[in-house]
Each structure stands twice: as C-alpha cells, then as structure tokens.
Design a protein. Structure first.
Length: 353
C-alpha cells in the first residue's frame, strides 16, 4: 500500500503527542539499545526507573563491557527475563572488541552483535543514525493488522508485517516514523477499545471501515496464568543468610533463599521439599512473610519462614553462599528473595527494639 495523506499525518501527530521518555532525549545508540532491550517483555512504566538506574551504573558501552555478569544481572534484578541482561553484556563486549566501543552504524555489523536481532538493530540504526529500516514490534503489528484488516494465520507471518512496514516507511525520517508508529499503537491503537476518532491514520484503516477493530488483530491465546504455592526458608548464621543458585528456570543463575518448586499448585511441605531439592535438613520456624508475588506467568502465593539448618545442602548440585544482607543488595538475587530478606530485616529490627 503506498503512503497516503492519512499516513503522512502520523508524523505530525507524533510530534504533538509523544510521551517524554528519557531515551527520546538521546541520540546515543547505546541509550536506545538499552531501552529497546528493556522494553522487550516489559512495559514503559515498569522499565523506566530501571533504565535510568542502569545508565547511571553503566554510563557507556565501555563501562558495561567492563562489568561482571553478576553486576549486570544485579542491576537488572526485578525486570525478569535475565537472558536480556546477559545478551546485552555479551553485545557490549563485542562492540568494545570489534568497534572500539561504538555501536556499528550499518545493518550487517549491528546484526553480528550478540543478542541483537533485526528488531533491535533496526530500532537503533533508524533512531540513532537515521538508517531507512522499518521496525516491527507488537504495537506496529497491531496497527498494521488493523490498517490492512488482516485476517487468517497466513497473513500474520512476520515477513508479511515486515514487508508492509517497509512499504509505508518514511525514508527521509525513518527514526521518527518508526517511533510514531510504535507510539500510535501504545497510545491510540490499543489492544482493546482503540481510540479511532482520535487516530491520525483513520481514513487509511480498513478495520475501522469494516467495523472489525474489535476482532483484529486475531491473536493466539496467551499462556494462561498459573496459580502456584511456594515456601521459602531464611537460614541465618552469624548475621549471614544462606543463598543457593542452580539451573532452574526462570530464576536461573540468580541467588535465592532456599525455596520449594515454582510449579506446585498445592501447599508444599517446606522441610521435605528442601531435603529433596537441595539435600539439606531444616526445621521451619516462625512465619516471616505471607504475600503474593509474580514471576513471568506464575502468580505465586509465597510463604517464607525463618528456619534452622540441621545439615548442609549438597554443594555439588547448587552454588551456595552465606551473605550478609547488605552484600545481597549487590548480588544478582531474585526479586522474590529480595522481598523475603526485606521482611526478615524488618523482623530483626522489631526484635532489636
Ligand atoms: S483507525 Fe482505529 S483501528 Fe485503525 S489504526 Fe487507527 S486506532 Fe487503529
């Protein structure tokens, strides 16, 4: 579909209505790269404080490349999907080694950066270097599906979306255009109840014309939320707390207080399960915390107890660490564990008073 007058309204609409987001004040490809990676699987509102803290801690690609994996994952703690942090670190090291710390400004070299796929490369290159590359994210897919009234599985192929995005790309101003399309999806062409009367591209929109905005895009069913029950043990020795780290996803490689499986739908037996999972013998004590917590699709009923250790965990299957609470702040620890330790510290404080 050729660009129409209606589509051309989009850039003007964007300049008037765009949200003032921290990375929009920057033409620095590193800032845009970090923002785009964080925005994958995280909303703008949730990720913004993490973005600002991350850049304070790692203000340049060189600073990030020089950091340890533990430091980077720790700065990412709470955002989830930790492979993104590890990929960002691998990517930063590659950029330092191959490109003297400057994000490459051509597509082939950008795609060779570990962890950088077509979406991220196109976003960084179009926004930071004005390269004529179309960006297709979830918001853009939804807008395109509605403008073209796409129905049926074969039409929803990634290559099809990409072709349509390239067709309407403003090649003179691709960075602004891509952001405008994404912003339209975020603010106006929302998943439910799109604000069509306020939409700058409404006259080009087939779904609106056909009265199909409520059924397009046709979506695959989302992974259902799982309600699970997790118990955890806070074990203290001389002011230090026992942390474990194993291969279990989604908390892979994050330090955690010993806890039961994340997949149990019934209340687990804490002592028995920790014996099976970690080869340790404990005696559960007073309840420290009962709360709700969310890890990806899991909605967790979480219960944490102070516990006494009778025999050490098996250190061949898990990494073990005794850490002071203030040291845990700088470790890559799960947000669930941070929440539990906060409750434990509050209780210590109350006992001291
Ligand atoms: S007219 Fe409505 S459905 Fe069509 S692109 Fe605009 S907001 Fe989306």
């Amino acid at each position: 579909m050729p660009r129409t007058n209606s589509l051309q309204n989009l850039s003007a609409w964007y300049r008037r209505n765009r949200r003032e987001l921290p990375w929009r004040h920057s033409g620095d490809p590193y800032h845009i790269w970090v923002a785009e990676v964080m925005l994958q699987q995280t909303t703008v509102r949730s990720m913004t404080p993490y973005y600002e803290a991350f850049l304070r801690r790692f203000p340049s690609i060189g600073a990030l490349a020089a950091a340890s994996e533990d430091e980077v994952v720790s700065a990412w703690s709470g955002l989830g999907y930790y492979h993104r942090a590890r990929n960002l670190l691998r990517g930063a090291r590659h950029v330092v080694e191959r490109h003297r710390g400057r994000f490459p400004d051509d597509l082939d070299h950008a795609l060779a950066v570990p962890g950088v796929g077509l979406y991220t490369a196109s976003a960084v290159l179009s926004i930071a270097f004005n390269r004529p590359l179309a960006v297709v994210d979830g918001n853009v897919r939804r807008v395109l599906a509605r403008i073209h009234a796409l129905r049926g599985r074969s039409k929803r192929k990634e290559s099809n979306y990409h072709r349509m995005a390239v067709e309407i790309l403003d090649r003179r101003n691709p960075g602004e255009w891509n952001q405008a399309l994404m912003e339209l999806g975020a603010l106006i062409c929302t998943p439910r109840n799109p604000a069509c009367p306020a939409c700058p591209v409404r006259t080009a929109c087939a779904a609106r014309r056909l009265g199909l905005t409520a059924v397009i895009p046709e979506t695959r069913p989302r992974r259902a939320t799982a309600d699970v029950y997790v118990k955890a043990a806070v074990i203290e020795r001389s002011g230090r707390l026992l942390l474990v780290r194993g291969a279990e996803t989604p908390l892979q490689r994050l330090w955690c207080v010993p806890h039961t499986s994340l997949d149990s739908t019934v209340a687990p037996n804490l002592a028995e399960e920790l014996r099976k999972r970690y080869g340790m013998a404990i005696e559960p004590g007073p309840l420290l915390l009962r709360t709700r917590h969310r890890v990806t699709f899991r909605r967790i009923r979480l219960e944490a107890h102070a516990a006494r250790l009778h025999s050490n965990p098996d250190s061949t299957a898990h990494d073990l660490l005794w850490a002071a609470p203030e040291e845990i702040d700088d470790l890559p620890a799960s947000s669930m564990t941070r929440k539990i330790i906060k409750a434990w510290l509050a209780r210590q404080l109350a006992l001291d008073l």
